[in-house]
Write a protein that binds this ligand. Sequence first.
Ligand SMILES: C[S@@+](CC[C@H](N)C(=O)[O-])C[C@H]1O[C@@H](n2cnc3c(N)ncnc32)[C@H](O)[C@@H]1O
Length: 219
Amino acid sequence: MHLRAKPWATDWLAAHSDIVITQGRATEQIGQWQKLFAKAQPIHVEIGSGKGQFILGMALAHPEINYIGMEIQETAVAIAARKSFDQVGELPNLRYIYGNGNGVETYFEKTEVEKIYLNFSDPWPKTRHESRRLTYKTFLQSYEAVLPEHGEVEFKTDNRHLFEYSIVSFMNYGMRWATTDFTLDLHADEEKVIGNVETEYEQKFMAKGQPIYKIKAHF
Ligand SMILES: C[S@@+](CC[C@H](N)C(=O)[O-])C[C@H]1O[C@@H](n2cnc3c(N)ncnc32)[C@H](O)[C@@H]1O
C-alpha cells in the first residue's frame, strides 16, 4: 500500500512528537518505553499498522496493555495518529513509531515487548523481494530479540501465498503453534473470532468474500 503524501503530515508529526516517535528517537528510547505511557504494563507492537484502525481498536478495548503502532510510511502513521487523536484525544496506552520494523531490536531491548502483531503485511510476491516480507527470517530474528522467551507473533492475512510462505518461515526458524491457534477462515470460526479487532484491509477483503487466515506462533 502506497499512500499519496499529505501536505500536513510532517508538521502534524512534529507537533505531536509525544505521540509519534520517529525512528531516530525510537533508538534513544531503548529500555525506557514505559516512561512514555501513563502506566507501566505489557507492551504490544503492531508492525505495519497502516491507517491504524486495529491498534486504536485494541488500545480502546484493552486499557491494561500499552500499544505501539509501527509504520514505515510517514503519511500512514500521520493519518493513523491524527485520526485517533481527533476521535478520542491522547490515549494513555497508545503510541506510534514512524520507522522500519526491520530495526525493531534497535528500539527495544529483550523482553521489552510482550507480543507482536502483523496484519495484512505487504506480500512482496517476487522472490527477489523475499527479504522485505515481514515474516522473512531476518525479521523473525529481530522479533525474537525483543520478545520474552516463547514470545508470540500473531499474524492475519488474506494472502494465501504469503500465509503458506510464513508458515514455512516460522517452521524453519523453529517456531511452534497449537492447532487451535491456526485458522484458514477466521470469520467462519465462532470461537476464534471472539474479541477480533478488524483492520482496514481485513474489512476490505471480507467485503469481497475472501477468507482471512490467522496464526499465533511463538518462539
Ligand atoms: C497492506 S498494509 C496493511 C495495513 C494494516 N495493517 C491493515 O491491516 O489494514 C501494510 C502496511 O505495512 C507497512 N510496512 C511495510 N513494510 C514495513 C516495515 N518494514 N516496517 C514498518 N511498516 C511496514 C506499509 O507501509 C503499509 O502501511
